[in-house]
Design a protein around this ligand. Structure first.
Ligand SMILES: NC(=O)c1ccc[n+]([C@@H]2O[C@H](COP(=O)([O-])OP(=O)(O)OC[C@H]3O[C@@H](n4cnc5c(N)ncnc54)[C@H](O)[C@@H]3O)[C@@H](O)[C@H]2O)c1
Length: 284
């Protein structure tokens, strides 16, 4: 069976940083590619602070020094050395056109046996896989945030994803101590089809002045023993990403239950994106 050695991560935002840090902590060399020089600079700071956070939360996950981890990650604006990678993990914004644009740029750059993993919240894998030369080598990997601390990766089988691709990816995920559940392709898969309804409805509760964010979250944390409330979770994900994901679910299912709460749209328009911008339902 094919073994994964060199990995490329595309998109150095919330998830690209988390995935790259996790891979480097497990000893994998990573190319981290973005189109924005500012995003790459921010990524260096984020990876450093996430390293400290992971060490504080679970020391057993961190066996290498910060310098050793950073040496494993090559930050770049180009597709240099993409012809040497065994696995590409795409983490650009949750917008179909941006993801397809990236696919068109990389599809002919890599080796014929390179596996392409798409990290998306809701976009159907089959829709994106159709833009690759060989869709049997394309799979969905829905990593959870913060990646190094989350043991589960929802793994999505696209219409053409081969059993060999699934087997290689399962072995790879095991090598980084992740559990995987393989599900069939559908918008939002399992996790986000459910969780985005939850976060959206929580936003409606605030929009309708039924309760404030802290009270909504307290009910779920103290009442249902959730470790985070729905609005804290939305802030952690990024309200722009939550909104994009709801729009993907709405467009794909054509079901009004996924229509985004106007408050979410207003907050995104106002630049309140959650933790990553310093303010969302809460101030950071
Ligand atoms: N945030 C979460 O909690 C979370 C969880 C699971 C999955 N996801 C999914 O992961 C993906 C990334 O989400 P995120 O929260 O990291 O987004 P983000 O907005 O934090 O980062 C996106 C990054 O992609 C970069 N980018 C945009 N176009 C690019 C291109 N053409 N080439 C290279 N880089 C490009 C941007 O510069 C930015 O740095 C999305 O599909 C999202 O739905 C997010």
């Amino acid at each position: 069976m094919k073994e994964i050695g060199q990995i490329a991560v595309i998109g150095a935002g919330v998830m690209g940083c988390g995935v790259s840090l996790n891979l480097a902590l497990k000893g994998y060399p990573v190319i981290l590619k973005d189109i924005s020089a500012d995003a790459l600079e921010d990524a260096k700071s984020k990876i450093k602070s996430d390293y400290r956070m992971v060490k504080m939360m679970n020391r057993s996950l961190v066996t290498e020094s910060l310098d050793e981890v950073l040496q494993k990650i090559t930050f770049q604006l180009t597709y240099n050395n993409f012809n040497k990678v065994d696995l590409v993990i795409e983490n650009v914004n949750e917008l179909v056109d941006i993801k397809i644009g990236v696919i068109k740029e990389i599809k002919d750059l890599c080796k014929p046996d390179t596996i392409f993993a798409i990290n998306t919240s809701c976009i159907p894998i089959t829709k994106l896989a159709s833009h690759f030369v060989d869709p049997s080598k394309v799979i969905g990997l829905h990593f959870m945030n913060p990646v190094p601390l989350k043991a589960m990766v929802e793994t999505i089988k696209g219409f053409h994803t081969s059993q060999e691709t699934i087997d290689v990816i399962k072995a790879f995920l095991k090598s980084i101590d992740k559990q995987s559940v393989v599900v069939n392709d559908s918008p939002g898969f399992v996790a986000n089809r459910l969780s985005h309804l939850f976060m959206n409805e929580a936003a409606f509760v605030v929009y309708e002045s039924i309760a404030n964010p802290a009270d909504v979250d307290a009910i779920f944390k103290k009442g249902y023993m959730h470790s985070m409330g729905p609005l804290e979770t939305a802030d952690l994900i990024g309200l722009d990403t939550v909104l994009d994901s709801l729009n993907v679910l709405y467009d794909n299912f054509k079901d009004s239950k996924f229509r985004p709460c106007p408050l979410l749209q207003k907050m995104v328009d106002a630049g309140l994106l959650g933790r990553k911008s310093g303010e969302g339902f809460y101030k950071y």
